[in-house]
Design a protein around this ligand. Structure first.
Ligand SMILES: [Zn+2]
Length: 299
């Protein structure tokens, strides 16, 4: 499929009020992610508020905040999520690492609050062999502590469904339900559903029947009212592989049908959707291709 950004922008305009976008880089400033999103016509965006691969914290300066808020006004993109650092693990049995993780997540909440970002997407964590129940307990008590110590921070913390690699928590809907029901401040938490991760974890969405069964289970166990954000990624790895590798929309093990079901499901129409698919290098611009594929389902 050959499509340029102008055609993609026209496609965005022709679909009424869907919130769709991609994860964009903050190189050159956090506001740059929104400027990049606008260049594609996106109506939603995801970004990191710091380098996600290091523990090094970032303190925002007034200019960061000013430029970001100006970019929100200019681009009119308000459905925004930040994604926490991959290093954070609230479920770890190592005390030092857990304390470090709590500080890092607190920093993320403070930065996102200052920027006016409404959602923070967060991987629940890995129990590192210490057992699922203990891991869940650690996550819940850490989050309750962080919220108690930092009242008044407005971003909603969304626990992402995971593929279940290693000792990762969050690959069964029951695990996420357990976390959010035990968080005291219910108005500060929710869930982000990632199509690649649930598929790799064993929730099929390839046929209409399996898609509806999966969404019914999500609704029964977690509740669709707790779903605030969706990651649309195809899966490079097989169903039930429990391996997290993102593929281009329609070109992985899920295939096009699964994404059509998500895009046309009226229960999900108001929920922001973000792709985290490979970007491509040089002249390749896979975001344009992947976003167009999704918009074609609803134009
Ligand atoms: Zn994701």
């Amino acid at each position: 499929m050959s499509i340029d950004r102008d055609r993609l922008k026209a496609l965005f305009k022709s679909t009424n009020q869907t919130y769709l976008g991609a994860h964009f880089s903050i190189a050159g400033g956090i506001h740059r992610a929104l400027i990049a999103a606008q260049a594609y016509g996106c109506t939603a965006a995801q970004l990191f508020t710091k380098n996600a691969k290091t523990w090094k914290e970032r303190r925002l300066i007034d200019t960061d905040i000013h430029l970001f808020k100006q970019a929100v006004k200019d681009t009119r993109i308000t459905r925004i999520a930040s994604h926490t650092s991959y290093l954070i693990n609230l479920a770890t049995p190592e005390r030092k690492k857990q304390a470090k993780s709590k500080r890092a997540l607190t920093g993320e909440l403070i930065r996102s609050d200052a920027l006016g970002i409404p959602f923070i997407v967060h991987h629940p964590g890995s129990h590192m062999g210490s057992g699922l129940e203990k891991g869940l307990d650690r996550i819940v008590s850490a989050i309750n502590d962080i919220f108690d110590d930092n009242p008044g921070l407005t971003p909603r913390l969304l626990f992402e469904t995971t593929a279940g690699q290693g000792t990762g928590i969050g690959h069964r809907f029951e695990q996420l339900a357990d976390i959010i029901t035990r968080i005291e401040a219910k108005d500060r938490v929710g869930v982000c559903l990632d199509t690649c991760h649930i598929f790799a974890a064993g929730y099929d969405i390839r046929t209409k029947k399996t898609y509806w069964e999966t969404m019914e289970r999500f609704d029964d166990i977690i509740g669709l009212s707790n779903l605030y954000f969706i990651h649309l990624n195809d899966s490079l790895k097989a169903f039930c592989s429990r391996v997290d590798r993102h593929a281009h929309i329609g070109q992985g093990a899920i295939g096009m049908d699964g994404f059509q079901f998500v895009m046309t499901d009226p229960r999900l129409s108001g929920i922001p959707k973000i792709i985290e698919t490979p970007k491509g290098s040089g002249n390749e611009d896979f975001d344009t291709v992947n976003l167009a594929r999704l918009l074609n389902f609803i134009r």
